[in-house]
Ligand binder design. Structure first.
Ligand SMILES: [Fe+2]
Length: 230
């Protein structure tokens, strides 16, 4: 994949979101909806990822869209409305999984509702794919038109500073496997330089857990260049 020539505020999280939805879609497809343990696990994963999606939309609203709206009035309306619609769809989806945990539900009902959930997850997945593409092709183009690279990097720093450490670690599970090697090195070198050593150590543990061993070794070798040891 060719890297955008200008700094992007969305490519990294969007790669993570695309990965997380693919993973969820696979799990939702092989879940036995008559097995409460499997349904509870799916719900836990959807809740955790759902919180990341809500936070992502909130940060886009607060930092990217507000700044853009100040320069181009009306430019944020479409994306902000999308964020509201996507969140409402997500809430409905979680409620469907909650219904599947009802102990009185019959096996036939569980199968039927489980398949309904699977289809609704696909709808949410599709809606997010369309939304992200529009943000990358339309909103990002506007951002590049109206902001310098320095201003975009300033917004990036503000966004990163507003992500609590636990959420950042949760993001890493989805983002790290979704990036190519060069992007991974760039992201983690930034963390290695700017974050506390203990936090960076946690990020590396996640990287080891979620990356194929060769990809992890290659990453480790790149990050170990110099005197740094984690
Ligand atoms: Fe968005």
């Amino acid at each position: 994949m060719t890297q955008p020539a200008r700094p992007s505020l969305v490519v990294t999280p969007h790669k993570g979101i695309r990965h997380a939805f693919s993973q969820l879609s696979l799990i939702a497809g092989n879940t036995d909806y008559n097995n409460k343990y499997e349904v509870a696990e799916l719900k836990e994963q959807l809740e955790e990822f759902g919180e990341l999606l809500e936070e992502h939309a909130h940060l886009e609203n607060e930092f990217i869209l507000k700044a853009l709206e100040a320069k181009v009035p009306g430019s944020s309306d479409h994306d902000e409305q999308d964020h509201l619609d996507l969140e409402a769809q997500q809430t409905e989806l979680l409620a469907k999984l909650e219904e599947l945990l009802d102990p009185t539900i019959s096996p036939a009902e569980a199968n039927q509702k489980g398949y309904g959930f699977y289809q609704d997850l696909s709808k949410l997945h599709t809606a997010h794919l369309e939304h992200m593409l529009e943000e990358e092709q339309v909103t990002q183009a506007l951002t590049w038109q109206h902001f310098t690279d320095e201003e975009i990097m300033g917004l990036h720093v503000q966004i990163i500073q507003h992500i609590p450490p636990a959420k950042m670690l949760a993001w890493m599970k989805y983002i790290l496997p979704a990036l190519n090697h060069g992007e991974r090195v760039g992201l983690l070198k930034g963390m290695q330089a700017g974050a506390p050593a203990a936090f960076f150590e946690q990020v590396m543990s996640i990287a080891e857990m979620v990356l194929p061993s060769l990809a992890f070794k290659k990453l480790e070798n790149n990050l170990m260049v110099g005197a740094f040891q984690y």
